[in-house]
Design a protein around this ligand. Structure first.
Ligand code: MN
Length: 236
């Protein structure tokens, strides 16, 4: 058997723990939904009218993943590093142009996630019509908890979502407040991408996003799904 001779070691397979299993979930792509709770869209100054708007997305590289419980350094290039607590949908079967009624068959499970954001850089990009990558797709920015297999959970349509910083409540909402529901998002994304097992969908954050600083301890919860923890370390 021939072995490929790479110039240097290729990147690892990025993966996440699965609740109740020793197997790990290998991550392919990370899609993130922008403005998917009305109160958050309003706090960002861009209200959403679902009758005319379409969902929109940005991506993060799988290499930006961090597991719950980690300590991450305060990132470079920002003075306004924000938390965004989100439900993550973990895809477990391929799908292209799937209908909303078939969307559930694509779901492997769910996880709590934090879409950590360099808000100052994102807003500069937004105002100048530039890509959001510097604000969103940076090292250690996609925090994800243990994946809970879908089991009997079905399409989560409600459930409390909260985020505390140093024990103080910062974000609180309910999955029933999603503008585009889980099946709507899967059906829509699959018009533009061939969804694959290992694709994660960060479904958007509710209101209450805000800045964190070195030493802060973040603790998030989603009913039926679980908890996520993150500590902000010293700046690099
Ligand atoms: Mn987000």
């Amino acid at each position: 058997m021939t072995q490929t001779n790479y110039l240097w070691s290729p990147p690892p397979v990025y993966s996440l723990p699965v609740h109740g299993s020793k197997a790990r979930y290998p991550v392919n792509r990370i899609f993130c939904v922008g403005r998917n709770y009305h109160a958050h869209a309003i706090e960002m100054g861009v209200p959403v009218d679902k009758t005319t708007a379409q969902p929109f997305y940005f991506t993060k590289a799988a290499s930006t993943l961090v597991e719950s419980g980690a300590t991450v350094p305060y990132p470079t290039g920002t003075a306004n590093y924000h938390h965004e607590m989100e439900l993550v949908v973990a895809i477990g079967a391929p799908g292209f142009r799937v209908t909303e009624s078939d969307a559930e068959h694509l779901i492997y499970g769910y996880a709590p996630g934090l879409d950590m954001t360099r808000r100052d850089l994102q807003l500069v990009a937004r105002e100048q019509g530039r890509p959001w990558d510097l604000g969103k797709d940076f090292e250690l920015s996609a925090v994800c908890g243990e994946i809970v297999p879908i089991g009997n959970l079905g399409l989560l349509a409600s459930g409390a979502l909260t985020l505390d910083v140093n024990g103080q409540r910062r974000q609180t909402s309910d999955l029933s407040q999603l503008i585009w529901s889980i099946p709507e998002l899967i059906a829509d994304l699959s018009k533009f991408y061939h969804l694959q097992p290992g694709d994660l969908i960060y479904t958007g954050t509710p209101e209450g996003v805000g800045a964190v600083k070195s030493g802060d301890k973040l603790s998030g919860h989603i009913d039926h799904v679980g908890d996520i923890e993150l500590t902000i370390g010293a700046a690099e």
